[in-house]
Design a protein around this ligand. Structure first.
Ligand code: NAP
Length: 280
């Protein structure tokens, strides 16, 4: 049985450290504050925002929520983002996706001042990650790297295979792993013979969004398996990995829930504090 990588415990440790850091900042007159914009009513987003609010609260980070109605226009949304860009007391701005289809989410993300882009989605921050320069790293990929580091997984020279190439997970992960000197392969819906590729992975990371996609025949003996997937099924929340079967083949594995998920919020708090430190 593989060693379980406990993202929940690591996230707790990180959040406790952040709390101490926030106390220090406050002594110096800096009150880290995150603004979250939500447009329309999406039940899953409401849960995510509530969790972020709770986590900020526990860490002593101030949280301001902007709930805009479904019929909000692009101009209204951009006006709000620009207003928040200009506010000195706000260090981080997060636009919760999805937003209604009549709005251009790419344009909205790009309008966020990159110094307040705690999600790491703007072209400037993505570009800086590519150049291995200081930046805000997208929270989920950053959380994955922190888990690998915590368990002393050797990334240098390792064959890392990523399943999924989304802008928020797969693509930034490519860069994060390259920056750690891994040899990175990325697979997506048009990749042929995925199994042949994954079987060579020392580190296999799945961010696809399909339950039980990663089966034991796809995994090399002793591989490290990181499951980013969050899939709601009638049996509750499951990842992309067929955990019960893969766990006996892998050397390390993340559970779902309790693996990558909790790390995402911890890294968001980390980015807010980082933003606050720059904007004294
Ligand atoms: P996404 O935008 O839907 O991207 C899914 C990716 O998987 C795409 O690149 C797609 O390829 C690829 N894919 C889909 N079916 C495939 C197949 N049969 N074979 C190979 N590749 C396939 O999803 P996402 O936002 O990256 O999220 C992925 C999963 O991670 C979801 O379950 C999501 O809920 C979860 N997630 C978890 C966290 C967390 O905090 N743990 C954070 C974010 C997301 P194409 O590009 O070719 O379409």
């Amino acid at each position: 049985m593989a060693i379980l990588m406990d993202g929940k415990a690591l996230a707790k440790e990180i959040r406790e450290d952040i709390k101490v850091e926030v106390e220090e900042l406050k002594k110096n007159g800096i009150y880290p504050r995150l603004a979250v914009i939500m447009v329309g009513e999406d039940p899953a987003s409401a849960v995510y925002v509530r969790n972020k609010s709770k986590a900020c609260n526990e860490a002593g980070i101030e949280f301001e929520e902007f709930l805009l109605p479904e019929e909000t226009t692009m101009e209204e949304l951009l006006n709000l983002i620009n207003e928040l860009n200009g506010r000195k007391d706000i260090h981080g701005i997060l636009l919760q996706s999805p937003i209604p289809k009549h709005l251009d989410i790419e344009k909205a993300f790009e309008t966020i001042d990159y110094r307040k882009d705690v999600d790491g989605f703007t072209a400037v921050n993505v570009g800086n990650l590519t150049l291995n320069k200081p930046t805000f790293i997208s929270c989920t990929p950053h959380g994955v790297i922190k888990i690998l580091e915590k368990y002393n997984i050797n990334m240098e020279g390792a064959n890392a295979v990523i399943l999924g190439r989304s802008n928020i997970v797969g693509k930034p992960l490519i860069q994060c792993l390259l920056n750690k000197n891994a040899t990175v392969t990325v697979c997506h819906s048009r990749t042929k013979n995925i199994e042949e590729i994954t079987k060579n992975a020392d580190i296999l990371i799945s961010a696809i969004g399909k339950p039980k996609f990663v089966t034991e025949n796809m995994v090399k003996d002793g591989a490290v398996v990181i499951d980013v997937g969050i899939n709601r099924t009638e049996n509750g929340i499951v990842g992309d990995v067929d955990f019960e079967n893969v766990k006996d083949k892998a050397s390390y594995i993340t559970p779902v829930p309790g693996g990558v998920g909790p790390m995402t919020i911890a890294m968001l708090l980390h980015n807010v504090v980082k933003a606050a430190k720059k904007l004294k």
